[in-house]
Structures are given as structure tokens and as C-alpha cells.
Design a binder for this molecule. Structure first.
Ligand SMILES: NC(=[NH2+])NCCC[C@H](N)C(=O)O
Length: 293
């Protein structure tokens, strides 16, 4: 029986842009229209949860915490596969306080039967969760991002822990600091990505693994709109408003595009994918072993 896709989201009550750890964040700009930004954020987060439910997914919410505005981006909190959780180590002190809250939430979910085990990335590494480790179900490996936020070596830890291969990709642009801001594998085997965000060597890695007709290059405009930071569930793609050009291309390839206005979160450098954490992903080998979810 197919399982219901399940996503973790964090309540947005404490969301704001109050510090700057990426080029998109401007606290002064946020404060200039704080009331409006807060209201829009509330609406945007609700519309994302609703869009996920419309595709048939389940959304599990946890509380945020005061002073930790970026908890609304749970994609950064852990890598989850085969009922196992590897919790993140955040690079910036501004986000390190999130680790304890997310670890508590994962422990609770484990008690409720969602996971078999919860570990945390060893202290010597930075690793910002599914934002820098994206499981490609067609290819059965993790694409991992390294450079701005996650350590190169963290990929080996993930490989050993989950027992699946990893393909590390170097991120060279400060604006696209997590892999999920510039790269998303789709269910039909395509990869939507923003080439300018990657080193030359990493672009060859992508080309080695993804045939030319499966590579969809995002424009500057779509990358800046955070449209690449998309959640793909079957043939549905939930994403911050793409350009008409990208929306058409995805539709021609048989996808149904669900565009959302996520402006306040984009002011923090995040879009649809990083506002969620997929909890139920399974590798083919775990599925073949007949492990139950
Ligand atoms: N996976 C993502 N792209 N997450 C967005 C994180 C945004 C957050 N303000 C940060 O800079 O850490």
C-alpha cells in the first residue's frame, strides 16, 4: 500500500528576519513593514501546508521557539531516510540554538513510532540537514551540498549512516548557500538546477549522472524567486511562484505546478522545500528488505 507522504513544518509564530547570515536577509527591511510581513508570513505558511495536503500529503507541525526565527526551515534540521534521523549541526551560532529543540521534537516523533533511531552529526562537522542532502529516489543516492554551510566530509558520515551513496556538489555562490536553493531532482528523473551556483567540477558531476534531456536549467529570475526550492510529490510540484517560462516547461513535462506567494520567507533566503522536512522517504534497498514504515 502506498504510504502517505509526510512533512514536518514548524509553527511560524516566531518567524522574523532579525539577523543576517545570508545575502537575502535584511533585518532593516523586515522591520520597515513588520506587521505586514508577519501577516503575510502567516498566510504563506498556511497556504504551503494546505497545498501539501491538497496533493494528499500529511503535515505534522511542531512549535517554534522565541529568538529562533529560522526554525521555520526544518529542512535544515536533519536528514531523514528509512526511519532514521541524522540531526544537523548548524554552522552559524544564530541557528545553533535550534538543534536542541529539533532533537526534542525528533525524540518525541520516535516515541510516537515515526522513527527507529535518532542520531546527531558528530561535532567536528557542519551539516545543515536536507537543505544540503537531497535524496534522489530515481538514482538512489544523496546529492549533498558543501561549501557555504555544510562540510565536504559530512557527506561520508551520511553515506555510512544511511548506507547509500553520496554525490557531493560544491556550492560557489553566497546567494545559493544550500543545495536546495539551486537543485531539485524530480520524480520523472529530471533535475531542475541553477548552473551558476555550482563549481565547474560539480557541474560535470551533475552532467555525468543526469542525461541532457533530463536537465532543466533554471534562469536567474527563477533562482531569485526561489522556484528551484520546490517540493515534488509524484507529479505535483509545490513551489514559490515560477516564471511563466519555467511553469510551461514543467507542465510540458507532465507536472502539475502549484505556485505559492512566499515573499516573507524569501526575505530570509528560503522557499517551499526548506519550510518542510520530508519524514517518510525510503530507499529501495530498505523497501526490498521489506522493512515496514
Ligand atoms: N534550506 C534552506 N534553503 N533553508 C533556508 C534557510 C534560511 C535561513 N535564514 C538561513 O540562512 O539559514
Amino acid at each position: 500500500m502506498p504510504k502517505t507522504p509526510t512533512f514536518l513544518m514548524t509553527d511560524d509564530s516566531h518567524f522574523e528576519v532579525s539577523y543576517k547570515i545570508n545575502p537575502w536577509m535584511t533585518p532593516e527591511e523586515w522591520r520597515r513593514d513588520e506587521v505586514k510581513n508577519r501577516a503575510e508570513a502567516r498566510h504563506a505558511a498556511a497556504s504551503l501546508a494546505e497545498a501539501l495536503r491538497q496533493t494528499g500529503a500529511r503535515v505534522v507541525h511542531i512549535d517554534g521557539a522565541p529568538g529562533l526565527p529560522d526554525m521555520v526551515f526544518p529542512a535544515n534540521a536533519a536528514v531523514v531516510l528509512d526511519r532514521r534521523v541524522m540531526a544537523a549541526r548548524f554552522r552559524y551560532p544564530e541557528r545553533q540554538g535550534e538543534e536542541r529543540h529539533f532533537l526534542e521534537a525528533f525524540a518525541r516523533l520516535k516515541d510516537e513510532g515515526a522513527f527507529d533511531d535518532v542520531s546527531q552529526m558528530p561535532k567536528d562537522y557542519w551539516q545543515e540537514g536536507a537543505g544540503d542532502a537531497i535524496f534522489d529516489a530515481n538514482r538512489q543516492f544523496f546529492w549533498t551540498g558543501f561549501g557555504p554551510r555544510s562540510s565536504f566530509e559530512a557527506a561520508d558520515v551520511l553515506r555510512d549512516f544511511f548506507n547509500v551513496p553520496v554525490k557531493p556538489l560544491e556550492l560557489v555562490s553566497g546567494r545559493f548557500y544550500h543545495l536546495d536553493t539551486c537543485f531539485v531532482p524530480l520524480s520523472g528523473g529530471e533535475v531542475l538546477y541553477y548552473p551558476q551556483a555550482f563549481s565547474k567540477a560539480s557541474l560535470s558531476v551533475i552532467r555525468d549522472h543526469v542525461a541532457a534531456d533530463k536537465r532543466i536549467e533554471a534562469s536567474d529570475e527563477d533562482a531569485a524567486r526561489f522556484a528551484v526550492n520546490a517540493v515534488n510529490i509524484g507529479r505535483d510540484i509545490v513551489m514559490a511562484e515560477p516564471t511563466a517560462h519555467l511553469a510551461d516547461e514543467l507542465r510540458e513535462r507532465g507536472y502539475s505546478v502549484v505556485p505559492l506567494r512566499l515573499r516573507p520567507f524569501i526575505m530570509s533566503g528560503g522557499g517551499a522545500y526548506c519550510m518542510t522536512l520530508r519524514l517518510d522517504l525510503k530507499s529501495a534497498s530498505a523497501t526490498n528488505r521489506g522493512e515496514t514504515l
